[in-house]
Design a protein around this ligand. Structure first.
Ligand code: FES
Length: 185
């Protein structure tokens, strides 16, 4: 009878460990470990760039209103001869705005309140509840919002309804040279 000799191999099946350098390295090419490090560096750099871009976009949106307020332009809104003392008068103004990469040309209604002398105040006509346009009720001397019944006093403070805060005040002045009324939007 034929005798068969065999032995148990501890390292079967053969496993090649690239990192330990079992694979032959071709001179002039990157080592397997070097390629892995380069790949990790590439992925980390891509993640950092995407994260930075997203942060910039979100930051621009978050700071948009403040940036607008700081960089608003003075716009002519008529003269004092168009106004009545202590009576809010609505003015519709064309405004150009840049929000991040978005530029828009919008109309904005403001109420001008002139003291009959050298001071003028301006209030936004946009309701602070959900953004409807308020109207001046000359009989009751109040601003009224047609959408959900918000009521504001002549100085913009809330008198009733759902608005959470007063009407936004807008910077305004009278140009002494020609009595033009200017608002900053
Ligand atoms: S939008 Fe003015 S009360 Fe709701």
């Amino acid at each position: 009878m034929r005798r068969v000799d065999f032995e148990v191999l501890d390292n079967w099946p053969p496993v090649r460990n690239h990192a330990s350098g079992d694979m032959p390295h071709i001179p002039g090419t990157p080592t397997p470990g070097g390629r892995r490090r380069a790949l990790v560096l590439f992925v980390n750099t891509a993640i950092a760039l995407i994260g930075g871009g997203l942060s910039a976009v979100l930051g621009a949106f978050a700071l948009g209103p403040k940036a607008r307020a700081a960089g608003g332009r003075w716009i002519r809104a008529g003269t004092t001869s168009d106004l009545k003392p202590d009576e809010p008068v609505a003015r519709v103004l064309a405004v150009s705005r840049v929000d991040g990469w978005y530029r828009e040309r919008a109309r904005e209604t403001v109420f001008l309140v002139w003291d009959g002398d050298r001071t003028v105040r301006a209030l936004s006509a946009t309701c602070t509840h959900l953004g409807c346009q308020v109207r001046w009720d000359a009989k009751d001397k109040k601003f009224r919002c047609p959408c959900h019944g918000g009521v504001y006093a002549a100085d913009g403070t809330v008198l009733g309804g759902p608005p959470p805060r007063p009407l936004d005040a807008i910077e305004a002045r009278i140009d002494a040279a020609d009595t033009s009324v200017l608002v900053r939007l």
